[in-house]
Design a protein around this ligand. Structure first.
Ligand code: NAP
Length: 277
């Protein structure tokens, strides 16, 4: 019997997840499907009832459903609870388990692309939305002792830091220069970099020479931030790796095989992101 998985969002046409999961299904000869389904906010509950009924083994959840899915699942794994968002649903005997694989994707990608990256004590994170929650939780898990969290709207950063003020220091983006000096890791979790946008003034020269700069934005693959960091000779890690790595535990949960993030798969997605490359 075909094992079916889904990715739900609204809109959903832009998602690269079908390309990734279908590649692995084909590679492992699995009788399965991975289907993008447009589910408007008002229809989430009805859709999840179909999943409970057995139509799907599970699936991914993307914008705008990640928070609503947290409330709608029957159980949550520790990471989903910690991050406060669900990006993966697994059906288990008629009930829905909400998981979050973004955190594992973030860590797994850095482990692969910049081994030793977590040897530092201090990191700087830009942004305070859903992705920042996963990144901050991941950095705390890896033992970072000081995490600067800078956001256009500082109150959102303060809200995210609440309860862990001993390690997370919230502030406005203008505090960049002061915090960058001692941060060996810079992570952009804002949407800046998409659609031709760029940070107005980010004095990257204040970062240590051995700092690693990570961007979660992957369209374009080389964002203006990554280009500027490269120009300064800093090590950079793009956002596509995180997208690929967060898919690994999800695929394993639905289809029972742990797939690999290979160069061939990455090339396939890169070609899809930029057909002219
Ligand atoms: P989100 O919850 O909507 O948060 C957006 C963040 O961007 C907020 O901190 C927001 O600041 C900031 N922002 C937006 N426009 C800005 C501007 N003009 N100037 C300064 N800051 C601005 O979004 P999200 O879910 O966290 O996603 C953020 C990005 O990460 C997206 O580009 C997404 O595609 C990417 N992402 C990538 C992966 C991956 O696997 N690579 C995974 C998850 C997310 P305010 O609070 O001030 O509005």
């Amino acid at each position: 019997m075909t094992v079916r998985a889904f990715v739900i969002g609204h809109p959903i046409g832009h998602s690269r997840s079908p390309l990734i999961h279908r590649y692995w299904l084909h590679r492992h000869g699995i009788d399965g499907s991975y289907e993008p389904i447009d589910v408007p906010p008002g229809k989430l509950t009805a859709f999840l009832d179909r999943v409970r009924g057995g139509e799907f083994a599970g699936g991914n959840v993307t914008v705008p459903h990640k928070l609503a899915a947290l409330a709608a699942c029957d159980r949550l794994d520790e990471t989903a609870r910690e991050v406060g968002a669900v990006n993966t649903i697994v059906r288990d005997d008629g009930s829905l388990i909400g998981r979050n694989t973004d955190l594992d994707g973030f860590l797994g990608n850095l482990d692969a692309a910049a081994p030793g990256w977590d040897g530092a004590d201090e990191a700087l994170v830009l942004g305070a939305g859903g992705a920042a929650r996963a990144v901050v939780a991941g950095l705390a898990r890896r033992g970072f002792e000081r995490i600067g969290l800078l956001n256009r709207t500082p109150s959102r950063a303060a809200a995210l830091a609440a309860g862990r003020e001993e390690i997370v220091f919230a502030g406005p983006l203008e505090e960049f220069a002061g915090r960058a000096r001692s941060s060996k890791l810079l992570v952009n979790t804002t949407t800046i970099g998409m659609h031709g946008t760029r940070f107005d003034e980010l004095p990257l020269a204040t970062l240590p020479a051995d700092a690693v700069v990570v961007d979660l934005v992957y369209v374009p693959l080389v964002t203006p931030l990554l280009a500027a960091a490269r120009a300064r000779g800093l090590k950079t890690v793009d956002g596509l790796g995180m997208l690929l790595h967060q898919a690994v535990p999800a695929f394993e949960a639905w289809f029972g095989v742990r797939p690999e993030v290979s160069a061939e798969l990455r090339d396939l997605v890169v070609a899809d992101l930029d057909p002219t490359a």
